[in-house]
Design a protein around this ligand. Sequence first.
Ligand code: COA
Ligand code: AMP
Length: 628
Amino acid sequence: MSYPTTYASWQNDPVGFWEKAAEEIHWYKKWDTALDDSQAPIYRWFKGGETNTCYNCLDRHVEGGRAEQAALIYDSPITGQIKSYTYRELRDEVARLAGVIAGLGVTKGDRVIIYMPMVPEAAMAMLACARIGAIHSVVFGGFASNELATRIDDAKPDLIISASCGIEPTRIVEYKPLLDGAIELATHKPSHTIVLQREQHPCALIDGRDIDWHEAMKTAEPVDCVPVAATDPCYILYTSGTTGEPKGVVRDTGGHMVGLKWSMKNIYGVDPGEVYWAASDVGWVVGHSYIVYAPLLHGATSIMFEGKPVGTPDAGTFWRVIAQHKVAALFTAPTAFRAIKREDPQGKLVKDYDLSNFRSLFLAGERCDPDTLHWAEDKLGVPVIDHWWQTETGWSICANPIGVELLPVKPGSAGVPMPGYDVQILGPNGEQMPSGEIGAVVVKLPLPPGSLPTLWQRDALYKAKYLEHHPGYYSTADAGFKDEDGYLHIMARTDDIINVAGHRLSTGGIEEVLAAHADVAECAVLGVKDDLKGEVPIGLLVLNAGVDRDHDAIVAEVVQMVRDQIGPVAAFKKATVVDRLPKTRSGKILRGTIKKIADKTEWKMPATIDDPVILTEMGEAVGRLGYG
Ligand code: COA
Ligand code: AMP
């Protein structure tokens, strides 16, 4: 079938299309209503159905003939370990871990936070929660205690599963003090933690609260999968947003599996039994969908990689993993390729490995610059597919569905809409924009299975943030255009989100930290172009009247505050002191104009600016930071 036929078959029967896809999933009880629109604009897929995500990911394959096939390969150049788990081994480990968790009194609907590095136990923890119907919420290891505490207070977990440490190329990250700090900061206190002691840096445990993973597993009894409603949440994943309130993206159980299972063959062109590698982190949506759930639902082999694209040990590590494990498709962020290209511009290391099984490269998380795309095409000789999605949608809105049909690749574009997504470009008054013209990128409701039904315990916030701007549509907060062939070009965010090395961060969140410094009266944070990370945040600080402390000391303090309160992942390293910030007459800081000055892109004098001279001062300020 061609892409136009596939897309049209969804358009002609938008519910029937997904009912057919749902036949690929095991259901204890079939749904009563495939699409429940009784609470529109909040929609529910497969209402009345009962299923279990862990059963579909593991037991089903063990029973169906894949017991001895590798399900998960842990490849950790940073620790020098490689370990493979068959479907049977993974099922058995997960069933016993589920026994440990259930033994602590955690049951269906309870929340469990997972704060772990890239070890196979992180995937086991997620699957064990799914096995007993507990709702997990994974928090990325690069976030600091404060961010973890916010999520603890929102999700109110009974249990937190963590590890003694993570390992970064230049240091051991001690997770335990971060975890203890977060529990101390949070108002809600979980009853227990399970801590995986890693030999690289074991930690002390608190009696009565902390449980040693390995000790508990020695005597654990396996438990079976618990049927849950298709509409019950499988997980909550917190994401950065413009609001101070946590945005817990809810992923339901049934729709999630249907969307992901469909994507594996149709978008990624991968068959059951093949090896699929998403080089991301379980803390991000890419890790949830494409390290853990989708490859396992599909009966493929997934790779969990604990390392970096460069430096572990060199810029050939990706090619080594592809060759050694016979990877068919790799999914990562463009920043990883920029890092490799910087170290090995000629791609010499590619030639050291046999990549004959490798068929396609997928990039997402940030816009893929054409240079990087061409470099990857040239060095690897496979199609390089940029595709666009968000934490909220859980799988791609636009892509090049190579399992259906490989469409011509257009550098700079994130491809064409996938079935389920009626993507439109709207102007300031809600009018449809002609092709080639930029507007707000929106998706006509309902969203397909797998996309968020709502935010955790915040239906009103979900409606306010995503649905009310353009009634009848989901607002993606991205701006872009459709070209004459219907390809989407995603150009910018319309809110304060920036993408740093493919990691989503809110500049507003960083500003909040800076503003809390005793000497700072006012501040602005903006994402400026960075050759490696795509964007990095910089800060401009206006000090309180009368402060005569050394500016460098103040800058060092705010940099440390962001590291302590948000985490190293924010990559906030540069700030400078300015006398004042440019504003509109109504008092809005002109962040967009400062960004353009820093990025050296064309900018116009805003008509509403109160004093144009300030922009010259901004040029000098960003110049001090090495931009403009
Ligand atoms: N736990 C603790 N700290 C972490 C961490 C984790 N899981 N992940 C990252 N960090 C820290 C890093 O050590 C670094 O700290 P530093 O300031 O002390 O150096 C900081 O957070 C920023 O990390 P990172 O964004 O990884 O930058 P880097 O300079 O170490 O590496 C790249 C740059 C491009 C190699 C790296 O960003 C990369 O591999 N990106 C791939 C993109 C990706 O996986 N995106 C996910 C979405 S698909
Ligand atoms: P996240 O929720 O972390 O996946 O970030 C989602 C955001 O990243 C999107 O709203 C876009 O702004 C950006 N993004 C993701 N993929 C792409 C892409 N292929 N092209 C352009 N921007 C992208």
